[in-house]
Design a binder for this molecule. Structure first.
Ligand SMILES: *[C@@H]1O[C@H](CO)[C@@H](O)[C@H](O)[C@H]1NC(C)=O
Length: 385
């Protein structure tokens, strides 16, 4: 019997729409038979917008079954007090995550919250502590980690086929220059900027390959050394970030990861991640958040890897079906949440809270070096909003 996770959706914007569309697709279409999803409630700031969301999303999905039973709440407090909800999905702008997650956890609800989890590391640490104190499940919604691509690229790298990893470059740039100053990527009051919005994806690619195999320990991970350069938009948020991060490895080596993210240009479709090993290299095809394919090239020696006339001794391309049954790609992370709740886990081994905290610590340091602060009411641990 498949275990059913009953979801309550907080906020009705773009990302919630995509996430719910994936929840409405039968998981067996991606060969998942042990868990299922049911959306039981949607909360918005008005009952009208909650009702509108249900009408439009269920229509887009072509689903009628269960639609009438979905509760449409005009306040988040009503959503939190619905005893049928197993887990709240927080899809509000990141400027509001801290307050919304705090309220959900305080009301005793498990939470899956969109990335970036918060605006800064102290807020992330406070929410993680709250979830642990209340013994609730809590996870940052880094969907890329749960896609088949991510497991496979780790398996290939760990097989040693390109030797030891000596450097990784990861990038997500998307051109938002035609957007207005109110757009969430440009607006400082919505915690705009490339880093918090797009930066989690190149970070995730680096984390998958350069952090120790994930464990749900509460011991903090050492924060990589950061050397960053930040360019700003006219609205004062980051338009372009390049950061060199130094990751200590289990064998004592230090390995460079380069994180590039920007909203003033576009990453080439051919390559978003480049892994250099001692005996070859590996390239990942765009997009960084949902890669389509990767190829590795293995050589006898490091000299041959740099020789244009030398053919690799082994090379293989892996292609993925990133959107089975037309899902956006969020389905796999939802499956993980359902399994964790079924098994009584309070965090995911695949997306541990200490790695979420680590990302926020690195992002804080990047912003510090770039002299980039958000309005005080967004950076605070108080609840002015
Ligand atoms: C599901 O499994 C079948 C049989 O192994 C395979 O052909 C198919 O590609 C899989 N579908 C997905 C979306 O993984």
């Amino acid at each position: 019997m498949a275990h059913t996770c009953r979801w309550g959706i907080l906020a009705t914007g773009w990302i919630s729409t995509k996430f719910v569309l994936d929840l409405l697709v039968d998981p067996t279409t991606r060969n998942v038979t042990d868990v299922k999803h049911q959306v039981v409630a949607v909360g918005s700031r008005s009952a009208e917008s909650a009702a509108k969301f249900v009408d439009s999303v269920w229509t887009e999905a072509g689903v009628t079954e269960g639609k009438d039973q979905v509760k449409r709440y005009g306040s988040y407090d009503e959503l939190f007090s619905d005893s049928n909800v197993d887990c709240i999905y927080v899809g509000s702008p990141h400027s509001h995550h801290y307050a919304h997650v705090h309220a959900a956890l305080s009301a005793g609800k498990n939470v899956l919250c969109e990335k970036s989890l918060t605006v800064n590391a102290p807020q992330a640490a406070a929410l993680i502590q709250l979830a642990r104190d209340k013994s609730l499940f809590f996870m940052e919604a880094v969907w890329t980690r749960f896609q088949p691509y991510s497991y496979k690229v780790q398996e290939v790298i760990r097989s040693g086929v390109i030797g030891d990893v000596v450097a990784v470059q990861a990038e997500l740039c998307a051109d938002f220059t035609s957007q207005s100053d109110e757009h969430r990527l440009r607006n400082p009051y919505l915690a705009g900027g490339a880093l918090l919005d797009l930066g989690p994806y190149p970070w995730t690619q680096l984390a998958l390959l350069l952090l120790p195999p994930s464990k749900t320990s509460t011991d903090p991970l050492p924060v990589p050394k950061v050397a960053a350069s930040v360019l700003k938009t006219s609205t004062g948020v980051d338009s372009s970030v390049v950061a060199a991060l130094t990751f200590p490895q289990a064998d004592g080596r230090l390995v460079h990861g380069t994180l590039t993210t920007a909203q003033d240009r576009q990453t080439a479709h051919t390559r978003c991640v480049f892994v250099q090993g001692t005996k070859g290299y590996l390239e990942v095809a765009f997009p960084t958040y949902r890669p389509r394919a990767f190829t590795y090239y293995a050589y006898d020696s490091v000299e041959q890897a740099g020789d244009p006339s030398a053919a690799p001794i082994k090379s293989e391309t892996f292609e993925f079906e990133p959107r089975p049954a037309d899902i956006w790609g969020f389905g796999w992370e939802a499956d993980e949440v359902a399994r964790c709740l079924r098994d009584g886990k309070k965090e995911s081994e695949r997306m541990p809270l200490r790695e979420t905290l680590l990302m926020m610590q690195v992002f804080d340091e990047i912003r510090k070096q770039g002299e980039f602060v958000y309005p005080e009411e967004l950076e605070t641990l108080d609840f002015a909003q």
